[in-house]
Write a protein that binds this ligand. Structure first.
Ligand SMILES: C[S@@+](CC[C@H](N)C(=O)[O-])C[C@H]1O[C@@H](n2cnc3c(N)ncnc32)[C@H](O)[C@@H]1O
Ligand SMILES: [Zn+2]
Length: 354
């Protein structure tokens, strides 16, 4: 079902800018189906139904679309009819949290695509999803998560964000950390199998497991990031409490968290999704998945332009910088086209710039 612009005006809640979000989701559900068989997919906040209908058609999932708004339900029915999917999907107009309780352990995949924060739906979704199943979580409240409104981030996620050149990864990790803490309350654990920061939203795919021990092990992956605004050094450490850190340059480091310091993708899963991306046929999707599949697991990154400005040097090409760091582990990152992830110390990165 290719998404086209133009033609008849789409209903209000159809957002063409979310096409990539839908493309990634279709590829993810295809990958899950390939490895695990039949997938029941709940499009919890379906809007116009664009995502759920595509997942039914392009990933062959058993799909249930829901939205509390009667206008949205009418739009979903109309879109399902136009795409000859009306008899193949289930459509309801319920409050998302009530529905999640009704469909307890019925779905392998629950997609949460709200306006703003997913927080109000996470507890019930984490309880409701089948063991070994997946949640697809979107957050469009990137301003709080990126540190523009730190108090709003603290209120919703119970974490302090960080305004910095790597705020997108900090925000995404605050979101995943929040999901892990919410899951642990119900003795459930998570693995973040894929995630991305694109346009103005974050997206995380987590696989949900059971058991107190696994839940506790998950909480041990939480910690804090430390940042020096003067020399742009950063470091991170797992643990329940943050520590006070002084940078090598002598300045007190800023602290953000708690946030997830475990993996934000699994290499095998990312490669499987990349294979499915070829089927979906979107160049932007394939490029995103190629970059993610090649990313180092090292948390956070250095923005080469920001560092070059600080050092007062002309920036070299990314290829030259990566070559100059050949003794270290180094990769590009989808978070920022001019940034690198590396295990090299900051001094080595600064030397590689010139
Ligand atoms: C961002 S839109 C979903 C967009 C859709 N996934 C797409 O790809 O086009 C969010 C939807 O959530 C619905 N919604 C908000 N709160 C809800 C609730 N408590 N229960 C059910 N639906 C809700 C709104 O009516 C709105 O249509
Ligand atoms: Zn410093």
């Amino acid at each position: 079902m290719p998404e086209r612009r133009g033609g008849r005006r789409p209903p209000v809640f159809f957002n063409p800018r979310m096409k990539l979000n839908r493309d990634v989701t279709c590829a993810v559900v295809r990958a899950v189906r390939e490895s695990e068989g039949e997938v029941g997919f709940l499009d919890l906040l379906a809007g116009s139904g664009a995502k759920g209908l595509r997942v039914a058609r392009e990933a062959g999932a058993r799909v249930h679309l829901n939205d509390a708004s009667s206008e949205a339900v009418a739009a979903i029915r109309e879109n399902a009819r136009r795409n000859r999917m009306a008899t193949k999907v289930t459509i309801t107009g319920k409050n998302a949290n009530l529905l999640l309780q009704e469909v307890h352990r019925d779905f392998e995949f629950i997609d949460i695509d709200p306006f703003g924060t997913p927080v109000p739906f996470l507890d019930n979704a984490l309880m409701s999803v089948k063991t070994g199943g997946y949640l697809g979580v979107t957050a469009t409240d990137t301003a709080p998560l990126c540190g523009v409104y730190p108090k709003s981030c603290y209120r919703k996620y119970g974490a302090i964000p960080l305004r910095s050149e790597f705020c997108h990864e900090v925000g995404l990790r605050i979101l995943v950390g929040y999901v892990a803490r919410a899951a642990a309350r119900y003795a459930r654990s998570i693995r973040c199998v894929l995630s991305h920061s694109s346009d103005h939203y974050f997206r995380a795919f987590v696989r949900v497991g059971n058991g107190k021990e696994r839940a506790k092990a998950c909480l041990e992956k939480l910690g804090y990031v430390y940042y020096c605004r003067r020399c742009l050094a950063h470091s991170h450490e797992r643990g329940f409490f943050p520590s006070r850190r002084t940078c090598r340059c002598g300045r007190r480091m800023e602290t953000a968290g708690p946030l997830w310091l475990g993996g934000i993708k699994e290499a095998g899963f990312a490669r499987a999704v990349l294979r499915e991306a070829e089927y979906i046929g979107s160049r932007r999707l394939v490029r995103l998945m190629e970059t993610i599949a090649g990313e180092l697991a090292e948390p956070f990154y250095y923005d080469t332009h920001r560092l070059a400005k600080l050092e007062g040097v002309e920036v070299r090409s990314m290829e030259e910088i990566i070559r100059a760091l050949s003794g270290y582990r180094v990769s590009r990152t989808h978070f920022n086209p001019v940034a690198i992830k590396t295990d090299a110390p900051l001094e080595a990165v600064k030397r590689a710039l010139i």
